[in-house]
Structures are given as C-alpha cells and as structure tokens.
Design a protein around this ligand. Sequence first.
Ligand code: HEM
Length: 403
Amino acid sequence: MAQKTLPAPRPTVEDGGHQLFGWLRNMRDEHPVHEDEYGVFHVHRHADVLAVSADPAVYSSELQRLRPDSEALTEEILSVIDPPLHRKLRQLVSKAFTPRTIADLEPRVVELAGQLLDGIEGDSFDLVADFAYPLPVIVIAELLGVPAEDRALFRSWSDRMLSMQVEDPADMQFGDEAGEDYEKLVKEPMKAMHEYLLGHVEDRRKHPGDDLISKLVAAEVEGETLTDSQIVEFGGLLLMAGHVSTSMMLGNTVLCLEENPGAAAQVRADRGIVPAVIEEVMRLRPPITVMARVTTQETELAGVTIPAGRMVVPSLLSANHDERSFPEPERFDPTREARQQIAFGHGIHYCLGAPLARMEGRIALEALLDRFADIHITPGAQLRYHRDGLLGVRNLPLTVRRA
Ligand code: HEM
C-alpha cells in the first residue's frame, strides 16, 4: 500500500488564511482525520465534522474529561457540558433568550448602526474600531442589561482571553503548562468578569427589569430555576461568544466584498441578496474555525481509530471549504446553497446567538451600503489578524465615498 506523506507544517492565518486554505485542502484529501504530535485528532471533511457534532455521546463537549484533576470548573457553562445537564440548562436559558427577544432588538440595532456611522467623519476610518467592534458589544450589553459604557472593560477581558496562544489545544482550557500567562490572560479576566456579572445578577434579583439577566433570574422549567452562578456563566458566555465573533463577521464581510467586486456590485443592485451574502461570508471565512470535543470511548472516524479520552478538533473552516459539499469552494458565490455551512456549529450545541449574529450582519451591511457609494480597504493598510482558531481582522482601515 502506498505510504501516506506526512502533512507539511500548518500555516498560520496571518495572511488572511490563504495559505491555510490550500493546506486544509490537502488535509481533506490526504489526512481527513489526522492525529498531531500532541495526540489531538483533527477532523477536516464536512461530513465527518457533522458526524462528530451530531454524536455528543461519543464526542463529548465536557473538556474537563481531559484533565479530571484540573481545578477548572466547567459544569455550569452551556457550551462545555453534555446531556442531560445541557438539555436542562439550554431549555432554561432558551426561555429567556427567545427568537422574539432577538427579533424585538432589530429596530435598536438599526438605530445603533446609524448612530455609529453618524459618528464617522471624513472619508476614511477603521471599520473594526469605529463600527464592527462597538456595534455587537453595545447590542449584547443592552440585551443583558449592563451599561454599554462598560465596554472598555469587556474589551480588556476578551482581548486578554483571545490573545492566549498555546501549542497544545488542551492548555487553552486548563493552562497547566501555560503557567503565568494562563493566570494573567485567562483566570484574572474571567474572575473580574464573574464578579462584575454577579453584581448585576444580585441587583436584578432585588430590582427586576425587562433585560435578559432579569429574564434569566425568572426563567423556570418544571419547577427548576437557574442559580446565580449559572446565570453568571451564561452571561459571560454571551458577552464573550457574542461580540468578538460578530465583529469578525462584519470585517470578513467587507474583506470578501473587496476581493469580489462582482458580488459587491450585485448586492448593491439587489439588496434582496444581503442575507445570502452574509451566509456565504460565514461559509468562506467562519470567524471561529475550530471546535473541541473529547472521546468518551474508542471510536472510528473515516477509517481512523480514535482512542477514548482524546481531544478531537473538528475544523469548521475546512468543512465549509470541502469540495465534496461545496463545488469550487474558494469561489465567493452568494447564489450557492450555503445553508449547510456550519460556521455556527451543528447539533445540540448549535449557536444560540446565530439569529442575532445574522441579523446584525444583515443590518450592518445594509447600513454601510446605504451610507457609502464606495467602500475600499485603504491601499497599503497593514491588516492584523486574530490568533489561530479564529479568522478575522483586528483592524480594517477603509477609504469610502459617501452616497
Ligand atoms: C458570527 C458570530 C458567531 C459565530 C461564528 C458563533 C459560532 C458558534 C459556534 C461554532 C458554536 C458551537 C460551539 C460548539 O458546538 O462547540 C456556538 C455556540 C454558542 N454561541 Fe455562538 N457564534 C456567534 C455569535 C453568537 C452570539 C451573538 C451569541 C449570543 C449573543 C452566541 C452565543 C452562543 C452560545 C450561548 C453558544 C453555546 C450553545 C450551546 O452550547 O448549547 N453566539 N457559537
């Protein structure tokens, strides 16, 4: 039998992912399920990523299983627990975080997008600093019912947590080998965020309003309610999950349109395709490129045996570029059927905020198109990307012509 070649070293996302796209294509063909030097199994094909996400009994989200002795307490965080606790907690938070809650936000998101663009003077600005970052962070703060003026605090927490760069993905959760960095970059901001949110939960128990924290305090399913620490964890998850990824999505939208002037002209001529453009941006450049699971038993995937207790990393980016599901995957084509794209995950942990993110994407793009007749990345701009595992810019200098 022909010996398979070892994969070349994985490129970073510093060039916007272009080298990585080619590398992932080779991985899908040659190493669809690949064990790296840390014993972590990476999953590259769309069908296999779907299979992993759909089977929480074998592919658990309880990463704590990797380090049973770790002091990290994750049993209250929705994204890293399994059924039956996950089902119970998701039902409870879904009582407060309903499609209606999200739909009701629409006029306010339109207003905020307009105000942020009103604040921009002249014909050049940084999309991330002036629009793509503040918009989702203000939305999530207002939704939770915490002062939007505190957003510098949220930013300092998320900047630190997202700057944590580790070799072995398991360290991201537990930081055993990462020592001081982990303390400073993850534990400290996490503690500050918890204390901050707990103050708001305690306040809302005494003085309920109509914000999400008050609704979480009141949520009840079959006589069960949420504890303070469950609300704090959920609030923290929303605050962190809810704004940086959305901000990256808005930056990725402008990047995709810059690279595809035909699509930019198409969406200007037909605003009806705005939702399809956002969906295609999410397919081509998913802001969160990987998920993490741990096997509860020995299993087989694409002919590869994965022992019990191993970390499995399904690549959302690779799945969304899989030519087996998306013909000509590197082509930006808003008319393709992109619904199967899995930037928001799949299965029981499917992103709870997806309708909100999609709405923000749609409104933000409409607002930019209304306001500016031309939008271009400033020639010579040095773009800075988020760390691996994410795909999106930290800055995006634009030059525009007003409509
Ligand atoms: C473009 C923006 C976003 C992207 C790309 C994104 C992506 C994801 C992905 C991939 C997952 C699944 C993780 C897994 O299965 O391990 C997820 C889960 C989640 N997301 Fe999002 N998300 C976005 C925006 C939001 C927003 C705006 C919110 C809330 C305001 C949110 C809240 C959540 C929550 C609570 C979960 C956990 C659900 C569960 O475990 O049951 N996300 N997200």
